[in-house]
Ligand binder design. Structure first.
Ligand SMILES: Cc1ncc(COP(=O)(O)O)c(C=O)c1O
Length: 457
């Protein structure tokens, strides 16, 4: 019997919404409907999604950061077709295939000081390995993390999550402690207890786009090493040029002990994660033949994922996407920064490269404050949601609120965008801020709908 995928897609097209509600996560279609995002896309290319009518949507969300090189990049797709056509003997398990070695070689060349890589299938798995490696290599148990931190949602990663709403109901988790991002005194206090294996930190935080103060990573690394503890930089979101450097920690003069990667390495085609570390850490974890599989995953280092990784890194280099993220990110941030003085609802624009946070703030004028307070009374974050919905419905730009209960939206478009997309975003966002600044009208009418939904939820 032939399995006919195109036929299946044709025959059942349009059922995704119902099937998700019935068999997967019933809250997902509900939520998408509530914010008007229940929109079927038919195809995607580069920085754009297209619906059945041919309408184009600018994707400033990039699949939560996986599409650094844009969607359906021909070079990455070809690499995956080629690897399937090569009929390789994949996942023999008791062998040493070529592609993981080649990807490790290429990856490590970008992270001087890192000497080994463990490949897995997602960001959270890369973090799980980092936590285990740090605990085993130091012989200590606690891992410190920062307020607002996000490192994934499996149980180990959740133990270093800085948002109560994710952790609630899942404890007890691993022994841990959080510090405020940038608080070296708090780090010192925790380290003096003598049981800390590591601090895990995102060079730019995904939730809220918070950046550690200048010099924090380097000072934290010194402090950690004085107490024989390790610095883990989680580059799952910031890696591969997102912040305008190859890795986000490279904005500082610091050499982490462990670095986690995922998202963009996949090219948006085959999931992959990786945990890089200094050689001595791997030597301890994999210290004898008996321990050869002490940390492993059946699907790690699969040929398709490795090929996608190699092709993605080649594209990022060939198209100078790191340099483009720096230049275009600067242009976009500057354009947004210029609006901060003009609109009282706009608090701050921050970020690095093409990882940008726009934070809204309580307005001063009475007319706006009444409307703002109405939203805040129902739930924090509704104004940001209102802007996200308006960007989508009026300007066909896809963005997200950067976390629960925050008035921050986050922009993480493909690193391929240029002047056209900067102009498009600037004009769309400005129109929305003009409208919101009137304190009444369509935007705020929709705000009232969101309030009703929030109260009903
Ligand atoms: C910094 C960081 N670490 C880890 C993760 C978890 O990655 P995944 O969703 O692939 O498990 C994420 C996901 O957003 C992330 O941003």
């Amino acid at each position: 019997m032939d399995f006919d995928l195109p036929g299946l897609l044709e025959a059942r097209g349009g059922e995704g919404y119902d099937l998700t509600g019935r068999y997967l996560n019933p809250q997902l279609p509900r939520m998408l409907h509530a914010i008007g995002f229940d929109h079927p896309y038919q195809r995607a290319e580069g920085a754009y999604l297209y619906d059945a009518e041919g309408n184009r949507y600018a994707d400033f969300l990039a699949g939560f950061g996986v599409f650094a090189a844009g969607r359906n990049h021909p070079v990455i797709r070809k690499a995956v077709h080629d690897v399937l056509d090569a009929d390789l003997a994949d996942w023999v398990q008791f062998d040493t295939p070529l592609l993981p070695g080649l990807l490790a070689e290429r990856l490590l060349a970008r992270a001087p000081g890192m000497e080994r890589v463990y490949f897995c299938n997602s960001g959270t798995e890369a973090v799980e390995a980092a936590l285990k490696f740090a605990r085993y290599a130091t012989g200590k148990r606690r891992v410190l993390f920062c307020d607002h931190a996000f490192h994934g949602l499996t149980t180990g990663s959740l133990s270093v999550n800085g948002s109560a709403e994710f952790r609630k109901g899942f404890d007890p988790l691993l022994p841990d402690a959080w510090i405020a991002l940038g608080d070296l005194d708090a780090l010192d206090r925790e380290l003096r207890k003598g049981d800390v294996a590591a601090l895990i930190v995102e060079p730019v935080q995904g939730k809220g786009v918070h950046i550690p103060p200048p010099g924090f990573l380097a000072a934290a690394s010194d402090l950690l090493h004085r107490h024989k503890a390790l610095l883990i930089c989680d580059e799952v979101q910031t890696g591969f040029g997102r912040t305008g450097k190859y890795f986000g920690y490279q904005h500082e003069d610091v050499e982490p002990d462990i670095v986690t990667v995922a998202k963009a390495l996949s090219g948006g085609v085959v999931p992959v994660g990786g945990t890089m570390a200094k050689g001595w850490i791997f030597d301890k974890v994999y210290s004898s033949m008996d321990r050869v599989l002490v940390h492993d995953s059946t699907f790690g280092s699969g040929a398709a994922a490795m090929a996608a990784g190699l092709a993605s890194m080649a594209v990022i280099d060939d198209e100078d996407l790191v340099g483009n993220a720096q230049r275009t990110g600067d242009a976009l941030r500057t354009a947004l920064q210029e609006m901060v003085d003009r609109y009282e609802l706009l608090g701050e624009v921050r970020g690095r490269g093409l990882m940008i946070g726009i934070e809204f703030t309580k307005p001063k004028s009475l007319k706006l404050r009444t409307s703002w307070n109405m939203l805040q009374a129902a739930r924090r974050g509704l104004f940001a949601q209102m802007v996200v919905v308006a960007l989508f419905q009026r300007h066909r730009i896809l963005t997200q609120v950067s976390g629960d209960n925050v008035e921050i939206i986050k922009l993480i478009p493909p690193l391929t965008i240029g002047d056209t997309e900067v102009k498009m975003f600037r004009e769309g966002f400005m129109e929305i801020m003009e409208d919101a600044s009137r304190g009444s009208g369509l935007m705020w009418d929709f705000g009232r709908t969101l309030v009703k939904q929030a109260l009903r939820n």
